[in-house]
Design a protein around this ligand. Structure first.
Ligand code: SF4
Length: 480
């Protein structure tokens, strides 16, 4: 999961790009980067959060009315500074690129580009093949006359060769900004415009403070090019097969974002209502509902009101500790849970507490939290999860883990309950998930039009066993 942004405006955009990246910081904290253009490319990128990478001095060098930026969280590769985005090539035109997603034929493309096409790659980022292939496909066009239609023809070649999930923003030197999204629209991409400016970004929230009031999605399989005079060209490069990631609504995205026409906060409220039905069905009767902060808050509030039970902030979060999901290594994760969360004794002591969380991945974090609440004096601890059991790895840009690490792999719900050490465990049902997220609208998103592969193993793109095995090996290699 990464956050990307691109902006073009009548004013300098360096500070706005950093502001937009701050709004997308939850999507990746490993590295941050911005490239601007004022006739020359200016680039600053490094490992760490946005606040760590950027300062007044380096921001003053990011001059120009157009630029792109990214916050990264690694999927493939060691996560070194060489993998930080943006990337650029000087020819043709000068292309600078950022992306969110994961290219599932990365290893084949990498080999092809190096061994057959003699291209130099400088990193293990799967963005580099996309960038190089766009360059190659543009070279097949008439480079003396740049046009949106030539660009879209070149993109057709990119779509033919690149497989997997990719939402991409490209700055084309002196020409304009391009945003495009894979035919399944797995990762989000918003198109924003108004007040003489325009931009692309992973979530609508990136634009809330940037004065671009009109928001739209780049459709699955669509490309939008806006030249620096503000002329917009849109083309459907591939037929759309919408399968946006459903887990964005459960966990990743900010609740104040709207993606694919669905507000994340509303989706989480509906998840809580549906989960309350499961809690009732299983005869679980808590004295108090406590969200595991922060993602589960909205769902916990609607669950509590549906059950008619008090909602209490019984766990307090230290905001200055990184998200545990993103941290690598079990020891770091366990330490981080105790650093990050602390119980409010008065709200849990002597009570039957229903904790609400968004997912159980390895089970160790949930076990730590349950024990923490017991240590604070809870009589019984129940756990309700806003999504069904996670059982399959994500190959589309979410570093969940290899399949062997999932607690739900080869375990029944009762066995997971025992593993986590909780008195009752209630999962969201699969129909509850796919019906709650889109809600009654929009009609374009039916319950079946989401990617739900990490729950049921139904990958929208071809995913070979060979690729899954290779991904697992790579992940283990970089985690050592
Ligand atoms: S596998 Fe899961 S996390 Fe990955 S894109 Fe699909 S729904 Fe999202």
């Amino acid at each position: 999961m990464c956050g990307i942004i691109g902006l073009a405006a009548k004013r300098e955009v360096g500070a706005d790009l950093v502001e937009g990246l701050l709004a997308l910081q939850h999507r990746g904290q490993d590295s941050a980067g911005v490239l601007t253009s004022d006739g020359t490319f200016h680039l600053k990128k490094g490992n760490g959060t946005v606040a760590y990478v950027f300062n007044r001095k380096n921001l003053s060098r990011l001059t120009g009315h157009a630029g792109i930026g990214q916050v990264r969280y690694p999927t493939i590769g060691p996560g070194s500074v060489e993998d930080a985005q943006p990337f650029y090539v000087n020819h043709p035109f000068g292309l600078a690129m950022v992306h969110n997603g994961n290219v599932t034929n990365y290893f084949d493309l990498r080999r092809e580009l190096i061994e057959r096409d003699f291209r130099q790659l400088t990193s293990f980022s799967d963005l580099e093949p996309i960038l190089n292939i766009l360059g190659q496909e543009l070279e097949k066009q008439d480079l003396r006359r740049f046009s949106a239609s030539a660009l879209f023809r070149a993109l057709s070649g990119v779509y033919r060769r690149v497989k997997g999930a990719y939402s991409v923003v490209t700055l084309i030197h002196r020409r304009g900004l391009l945003g495009f999204r894979d035919p399944f629209g797995i990762r989000p991409l918003t198109f924003a415009h108004g007040n003489g400016g325009f931009g692309f970004g992973s979530e609508s929230v990136a634009f809330d403070r940037l004065g671009l009031p009109h928001l739209d999605d780049v459709k699955p399989g669509e490309a939008i090019f806006v030249d620096f005079r503000g002329r917009v060209s849109r083309a459907q490069i591939r037929a759309p097969h919408p399968r946006p990631c459903i887990f964005e609504y459960v966990y990743f995205a900010r609740p104040d974002s709207v993606m694919n026409g669905v507000e994340v906060y509303q989706a989480r409220l509906r998840l809580g209502e549906r989960l309350a039905q499961e809690v009732k069905r299983q005869g679980v009767r808590p004295d108090v509902v406590v969200p595991v902060p922060d993602t589960a808050r909205a769902a916990a509030s609607s669950l509590a009101s549906t059950l008619g039970v008090d909602l209490r902030e019984g766990l307090i979060k230290n905001r200055y500790i990184a998200r545990t999901f993103i941290m690598h290594g079990q020891d770091r994760r366990t330490l981080s849970v105790r650093q990050k969360l602390n119980p409010v004794r008065s709200q849990v002591a002597g009570k039957d507490v229903l904790l609400v969380d968004d997912s159980i991945v390895r089970g160790t974090t949930s076990g730590e939290i349950v024990q923490m609440v017991r240590d604070a004096g809870a009589r019984r601890v129940f756990l309700a999860i806003t999504a069904p059991p996670l059982r399959f790895p994500c190959v589309y840009g979410i570093d969940m883990m290899t399949r062997g690490e999932f607690v739900a792999k080869n375990r029944t719900v009762e066995q997971i309950r025992e593993f986590v050490g909780v008195d009752a465990l209630v999962y969201q049902s699969y129909p509850g998930l796919v019906e709650a997220v889109p809600g009654p609208r929009p009609a374009s998103l039916t319950p079946r039009s989401f990617c739900t592969a990490c729950f049921n193993g139904e990958y929208p793109t071809d995913v070979t066993r060979r690729y899954l095995a290779q991904m697992e090996r790579e992940r283990q290699r970089w985690l050592k």
